[in-house]
Design a protein around this ligand. Structure first.
Ligand code: NAP
Length: 215
């Protein structure tokens, strides 16, 4: 697939690299076409980089890996017309550090960021996933032992199928991809972040994840 990864931070670069390694054609998107980090990544991975809009325009599937509080602005820059009809994988977390640490999760009127994105870009097929773990675990689940899971939610069943395929190619077995239903499920997965941050403080490592044993 032709995939645009919007976001040049650790997460965007990690996902983009994995997607290249499993055979996709990836363009890394940033605010400027002249982004040094994006250029370096593209040279190293024999891939492309460009503005959010250029990356999204050429893609069949788009990944939002921008800061949660700026994701709507980044997607606005990508352009609604470049997201229309496309699967939009949202891995962001709306963490608000304005009052210091620990951050709060910004969910105005109780709506998740994923739902806000879906509302702002009704033509996109938003799927929320991977936001409940650190980026190294996203692309290499075997870093953590046990039957830990990745949550998926979204309003479009076919889009979730496509994302499930990508997750499988990252090493997530079928039975550990937990479909939480429609996109309101993102309210819960975004609100896991305070617990995740607390566990990070307790463990002193990011190499952990959530498991959901059930009878
Ligand atoms: N760290 C993790 O392992 C982890 C795990 C799960 C989820 N997440 C979530 O993944 C997302 C990415 O995290 P990250 O640490 O890799 O990157 P980040 O620093 O949160 O975001 C970097 C991206 O945001 C863009 N950006 C910054 N300000 C902007 C603005 N005003 N308007 C539009 N775009 C702007 C940057 O654009 P330029 O490219 O132009 O600089 C860059 O592409 C976040 O939402 C984070 O909460 C992180």
């Amino acid at each position: 697939m032709r995939i645009a990864v919007l976001g040049t931070g650790e997460v965007g670069r990690r996902l983009a690299s994995k997607l290249v390694s499993v055979g996709h054609e990836v363009t890394l998107g940033s605010r400027s076409a002249d982004h040094t980090g994006a250029k370096e990544w593209a040279a190293e991975h024999h891939s492309a980089h460009g503005t959010f809009a250029a990356a999204a325009a050429g893609a069949e599937l788009v990944v939002n890996a921008t800061g949660g509080l700026v994701s709507l602005a980044a997607l606005e820059a990508a352009g609604a017309e470049n997201l229309d009809g496309k699967v939009l994988v949202d891995v962001s977390n709306p963490l608000d550090f304005s009052q210091g640490v620990p951050p709060t999760v910004a969910q105005p009127e109780g709506a998740s960021l994923a739902e806000q994105i879906q509302r702002a870009f009704p033509g996109a097929r938003v799927v929320k996933t991977l936001n409940t773990m650190t980026n190294t675990v996203m692309v290499e689940p075997s870093r953590v032992p046990g039957d830990h899971v990745v949550f998926v939610c979204g309003d479009d069943a076919e889009a979730k199928e496509v994302v499930g395929g990508l997750l499988k190619s990252f090493g997530w077995p079928d039975e550990r991809i937990l479909d939480l239903g429609d996109l309101t499920g993102a309210r819960a997965t975004e609100l896991v972040l305070p617990l995740w941050l607390r566990l990070f403080g307790t463990f002193g490592t990011m190499d952990f994840n959530f498991a959901v044993p059930r009878a």
